[in-house]
Design a binder for this molecule. Structure first.
Ligand SMILES: C[S@@+](CC[C@H](N)C(=O)[O-])C[C@H]1O[C@@H](n2cnc3c(N)ncnc32)[C@H](O)[C@@H]1O
Length: 154
């Protein structure tokens, strides 16, 4: 299966067998790819029931074993060691979703105001572990952020 350059770049940052929560999953192509080719356990979350239905149909079509649910962001989701992916949203939406107690690894691709997102991450005690730029018609920014947890210094 062929992903867009942006989604492929996100998948390339993720190790095999990882646990993933993809917020704003839409079609869930990222989750399907990660499950099929990297044996990841993926929870695809979207606030739109239509997107959840599409995600399930796509998962069936590509014979992927993912979970897809309709939910507002991470509301009432019990977090463990998952990497949280949020891509294809603006910074304000991403901040709303992450404005909670959180220490999980984050992979974020915002299409607006990346500087504000970086400021927000600092206030949440995160540091930028990796940052990649992808050219695909326009330039996309992808940030892999980890919580300092008192062990790291910027
Ligand atoms: C443009 S799509 C991005 C799809 C995919 N993540 C990507 O990067 O190509 C944004 C998706 O985020 C979903 N979304 C926006 N706010 C959300 C929220 N608070 N909780 C869950 N899903 C949300 C929308 O319904 C939409 O399907």
């Amino acid at each position: 299966m062929k992903l867009s350059k942006r989604l492929q770049a996100i998948c390339d940052l993720i190790n095999e067998n990882s646990n993933i929560i993809d917020v704003g999953s839409d079609h869930a192509f990222l989750d399907i790819y990660l499950n099929k080719y990297k044996n990841c356990h993926c929870l695809a979350i979207d606030k739109s029931p239509f997107c959840t239905k599409t995600a399930k149909t796509n998962a069936e079509k590509y014979k992927a074993n993912i979970q897809a649910i309709t939910n507002n962001g991470l509301e009432n989701i019990q977090l463990k060691d998952e990497i949280i992916v949020i891509s294809g949203m603006g910074t304000h939406s991403i901040i709303k979703i992450l404005n909670m107690d959180i220490t999980n690894d984050l992979i974020l691709s915002s299409h607006t105001n990346v500087d504000l997102l970086k400021e927000f991450l600092k206030t949440k005690n995160y540091y930028i572990y990796k940052e990649v730029f992808i050219e695909d018609g326009k330039t996309y920014n992808i940030i892999y952020a980890k919580n300092k947890g008192g062990q790291y210094e910027i």
